[in-house]
Design a binder for this molecule. Structure first.
Ligand code: ZN
Length: 114
């Protein structure tokens, strides 16, 4: 399961940051996940709850902000957002010359520590 390894590395990252700053526990972690990142939020939440056991993130709540897929068309210049996981054509003119600019990222926004 792809999300399990993501959850484990996420816990390692936030635990490392937390310890480096001299804190003892993590309250919550906010994560930005793009719709096209290939991550299922439910699976990631589930994996996070398993991976955090016995770590300083034991009590941490994972908050996922799901980012829509967005981009623009090189032909007609229109910008678009989509709730789909993939976009292959410009919704305005059907051109294939599109650039995806948001929606494939996964990034820690911030975290609350004690
Ligand atoms: Zn277009």
């Amino acid at each position: 399961m792809h999300e399990a390894s993501i959850a484990i590395s996420l816990i390692e990252t936030v635990s490392g940051l937390c310890k480096d700053e001299g804190y003892n526990s993590i309250e919550s972690v906010r994560l930005k996940v793009g719709r096209a990142a290939g991550i299922l939020p439910d699976a990631l939440l589930f994996a996070f709850d398993i991976a955090k056991a016995g770590t300083i993130a034991n009590e941490a709540e994972l908050i996922i902000e799901y980012i829509a897929l967005g981009g623009y068309c090189c032909d007609c210049g229109s910008q678009f957002e989509s709730e789909e996981r993939y976009v292959f054509f410009c919704p305005a003119c059907n051109s294939r010359a599109i650039k995806i600019t948001t929606g494939d990222e996964m990034q820690i926004i911030d975290m609350e520590v004690n």
